[in-house]
Design a protein around this ligand. Structure first.
Ligand code: FES
Length: 243
């Protein structure tokens, strides 16, 4: 087959022709089929396929695949709304929420939060898993003159990493640590003020939740919190690193 030949793909019983390299998500969009996404961001080319909210079922494959990064093949048959897919998406969202502070009422992104939207779309109303203790000790970095980084709310979507690294080429935000402790942070968990951050604010623009926000919003948040030091460690630069 010529590498430039169009590919036939069937998604939810509808057929479409797409160019080689097209992802399932892009092909579905062509058909008007909506797949929930969280880490995928239309303006950024670099989707890490990190959140797995967009999983779909492909005929002949045992595992579900992340539609935002999975390229279609000729004659592929995809299902985006089976019971298995919906259950997997709900579990992904529930796990993300279980790791996320329940402070929506006084979060700067309340009502404009992609995690809230995806929870609504996938029908997640309750979270069965407890909020992990180590998250309570995560920090809020207020060292920058203009950007607040609340690592407790980070959902590891890596959008900020893509924009900081590939678009702005500043390379301040990066994935750090491993396993369940993985976090997006400046290298060595330095406060933003001690890094090469140019305070462009692009990371705030792409953050789907309230993990990065403008410093102007801080007063509003702090006023709403009864005791801001109860669940979080708030430190000004340069004393953020653990002793
Ligand atoms: Fe596809 Fe996050 S939107 S993995």
């Amino acid at each position: 087959m010529d590498s430039n030949e169009m590919l036939n793909v069937t998604i939810d019983n509808q057929s479409v022709q797409v160019e080689p390299g097209t992802t399932i998500l892009q092909a579905a969009k062509k058909l008007g089929i909506r797949i929930p996404t969280l880490c995928a961001y239309q303006e950024l080319d670099h989707f890490p396929g990190a959140c797995r909210v967009c999983v779909t079922e492909v005929d002949g494959m045992r595992s579900l695949v992340a539609s935002c990064v999975y390229p279609v093949a000729n004659n592929m048959v995809v299902r985006t709304n089976t019971e298995r897919v919906r259950t997997a998406r709900r579990m992904v969202v529930e796990l993300l929420l279980s790791n996320h502070p329940t402070e929506c009422n006084h979060c700067v992104r309340n009502g404009n939060c992609d995690l809230q939207k995806v929870a609504e779309i996938t029908g997640v109303r309750e979270v069965r898993f407890p909020y992990p203790e180590y998250q309570r000790e995560s920090m809020i970095d207020m060292s920058s003159p203009s950007i607040v980084r609340d690592s407790r709310k980070c959902i590891q979507c890596h959008r900020c990493v893509a924009v900081c690294d590939k678009v702005q080429t500043v390379n301040v935000l990066t994935p750090s640590w491993r396993g369940s402790e993985v976090k997006v942070a400046p290298a060595f968990n330095l406060p933003l003020l001690e890094t090469n951050c140019i305070a462009c604010g692009q990371c705030i623009m792409v953050c789907p939740v309230g993990a990065l926000y403008e410093k102007d919003d801080v007063d509003k948040v702090w006023k709403a919190l009864e005791d801001p030091t109860k669940h979080v460690v708030v430190q000004e630069a340069p004393a953020i690193r653990a002793a």
